[in-house]
Design a protein around this ligand. Structure first.
Ligand SMILES: C[S@@+](CC[C@H](N)C(=O)[O-])C[C@H]1O[C@@H](n2cnc3c(N)ncnc32)[C@H](O)[C@@H]1O
Length: 359
């Protein structure tokens, strides 16, 4: 077999494994096997999970041949299955920030939401409306919930401006989170820094509704939300120089009009204020991404979601892999002259672009 045909075999096997692992993750089979913590029969898995044994048996065939689960035999010769603790530590909900199992859902979910629309887009060049991705939006909200709860207050904010932002937040400043989604970051910050005032902006009405409800449940009086298109902020007098600090987590690359959004951010920033743009760490040149450890995965997520939603409304369709060179150029074009780039230990796939407005 030639090297390339072996590679195609691998690709077919790994694609199939990803799909089956997503099903296993969703049905919590890895979590159940971790709890059982010994070799068990298919009927024992069925009884512990409430899932149908015939489906489980077929699924286990994929996991065993894919070397995710180990097959052995009981004294009576019956097949038994064991999830090694080392594998469980990357696949189950208990794995916390090591949980890679959750990501196995991403490509299958995007496929079910947008396969037809993306195929059509190849012929028409049209974008795909946000409304096509209801399940994916829910999944993203889950991911960002886990991500922000883990690192925002204890890792990210202390890293901004050598802990000086933390001191200012404690004393009380005005903060905006642009593209705030379900408000996880805003609500966490508002709870941690009661003397500061927080505003979340997003154009997704349902996300803002959820953000407001969550703020209310948390009893926060210093968090407010606006349904607003970021591209239409520039020139709105009520927002002029309103904020001392603005952040945008993973929210610029799928904007239809990112330059206008960045100009809006620059417009909202008070003299001496800071803007943190957290966005994917990659190069704008495909050649420089050849050894990116997640290259095909991230380009695929972009093809199936970020790029087509960015093409809506005659948008630029930057895509998730727009890269550092384009990002810096756009920030400068929007009026940010002082840009500092920092890698983040707690988030190796993103870069932090810290932009300062002059005094
Ligand atoms: C990938 S999500 C990130 C959400 C959140 N910042 C987080 O970290 O979980 C991108 C967000 O940008 C918002 N967005 C996209 N285009 C926008 C626009 N033109 N104006 C305001 N928000 C926008 C989306 O609705 C979505 O909530």
């Amino acid at each position: 077999m030639s090297d390339f045909s072996k590679r195609i075999n691998e690709i077919l096997n790994h694609g199939a494994l990803n799909l089956a692992m997503a099903i296993g993750y969703k049905n919590q089979i890895f979590d159940i096997l971790e709890d059982l913590n010994k070799p068990v029969t298919v009927l024992e898995i069925a009884s512990a999970s409430g899932l149908h044994d015939r489906y489980l048996k077929e699924w286990l065939g994929i996991m065993v041949t894919g070397k995710i689960i180990e097959l052995s035999h009981a004294p009576d010769g019956e097949d038994t299955y064991f999830l090694p603790p080392e594998h469980a530590s990357f696949l189950t909900r208990k794995a916390g920030s090591n949980n890679m199992g959750v990501y196995t859902q991403e490509i299958p979910l995007l496929t079910s939401c947008a396969m037809e629309s993306v195929n059509r887009g190849f012929k028409t060049g049209d974008g795909v409306p946000f409304s096509k991705y209801p399940d994916f939006q829910r999944f993203m909200a889950e991911l960002s919930d886990a991500k922000h709860k883990k690192v925002l207050i204890n890792n990210f904010l202390p890293s901004v401006d050598k802990r000086q932002l933390l001191a200012r937040l404690t004393d009380g400043i005005r903060v905006c989170d642009l593209g705030c989604g379900h408000g996880v970051a805003v609500n966490l910050m508002a709870r941690a820094f009661p003397k500061s005032k927080f505003t979340g902006i997003d154009n997704h009405e349902e996300a803002i509704r959820n953000a407001r409800n969550a703020a209310q449940e948390m009893g926060l009086s210093n968090a407010v939300y606006n349904v607003l298109d970021a591209a239409k902020i520039h020139g709105k007098k009520e927002f002029f120089r309103l904020f001392d600090y603005i952040c945008a987590f993973d929210a610029i690359h799928d904007q239809s009009h990112p330059l206008e959004a960045l100009k809006g951010i620059r417009y909202m920033l008070a003299p001496g204020g800071m803007f943190s743009m957290i966005d994917i760490k990659a190069s704008s040149n495909q050649a420089d991404n050849i050894d990116h450890p997640m290259g095909p995965f991230l380009y695929a997520v972009s093809l199936m979601h970020c790029m087509p939603v960015g093409l809506n409304d005659n948008g630029t369709g930057l895509g998730m892999m727009w890269g550092q060179e384009k990002a810096e150029a756009l920030l400068r074009e929007a009026g940010f002259e002082h840009i500092e780039l920092t890698e983040m230990e707690h988030d190796p796939f993103n870069l932090h672009y810290l932009c300062r407005a002059p005094l």
